[in-house]
Design a protein around this ligand. Structure first.
Ligand code: ZN
Length: 209
């Protein structure tokens, strides 16, 4: 569905909740309307190179659900405004927006409310400790539309709104790799409580209780 100029849409939810798929679908809708679109991502989001990819886990393996989108890496507001001028875009889109700094909050307000652009975003609302992730609270406050998306818990199948880190370094907030699942509040475990987990066998060893 096409959004009006001067609006910000932010799809927010845990890992594996189809946020990227919804963002890509929204971008394709605006492409079909022949609008010029600029798609960006943060250099900190090192997964999938310069592509935005919608993946789902099927039988324990990530499957790419739709053709990926090309994105431009941007480091600051100046980078984006230069690209906006160069491309004459009417729509600005970004995935995994939790990785951007505070400048991004000012940027999207300027694009939507001063330049009358359509802004389409997706991001992780909470980190693996269930804490608001980066600039997401500010973006959710300023956004016009904030569809919250959920997933099915990877353990019990019930409604999942949290992200479980299942491997890697338990102190790191984000690591490239498939170390993340959606889990419900019953099945979610804090990352520091996971010392080792074999992804294949799902062996979880708790160091504290
Ligand atoms: Zn569960």
């Amino acid at each position: 569905m096409l959004k009006e100029p001067g609006t910000i849409t932010l799809f927010a939810g845990p890992m594996r909740s189809s946020k990227s798929r919804k963002l890509i679908e929204a971008i394709r809708d605006h492409e079909r309307a022949k609008l010029k679109i600029l798609v960006v991502k943060s250099p900190e989001d090192t997964r999938d190179g310069d592509k935005i990819v919608a993946k789902e886990i099927v039988d324990g393996k990530p499957i790419i659900m739709m053709p990926p989108l090309n994105a431009r890496f941007v480091n600051n507001k100046r980078d984006v405004l230069r690209l906006v001028r160069k491309t004459h875009c009417e729509v600005f889109a970004a995935d995994e927006v939790e990785f951007f700094g505070r400048w991004f909050v000012d940027l999207v307000q300027e694009l939507a409310f001063e330049r009358k652009m359509i802004v389409l975003l997706a991001g992780l609302d909470l980190d693996a400790w269930r804490k608001p992730f980066g600039i997401m609270p500010q973006l959710l406050a300023h956004a016009t539309y904030t569809p919250k998306v959920q997933a099915s818990c990877f353990v019990c199948g019930r409604l999942a709104q949290f992200t479980q880190k299942t491997g890697g370094d338990p102190r790191k907030r984000f690591e490239p790799g498939d170390f993340y699942e959606a889990r419900c509040f019953r099945c979610h475990v804090m990352p520091e409580d996971l010392v080792a987990e074999s992804l294949g066998a799902s062996i979880v060893i708790k160091v504290s209780s």
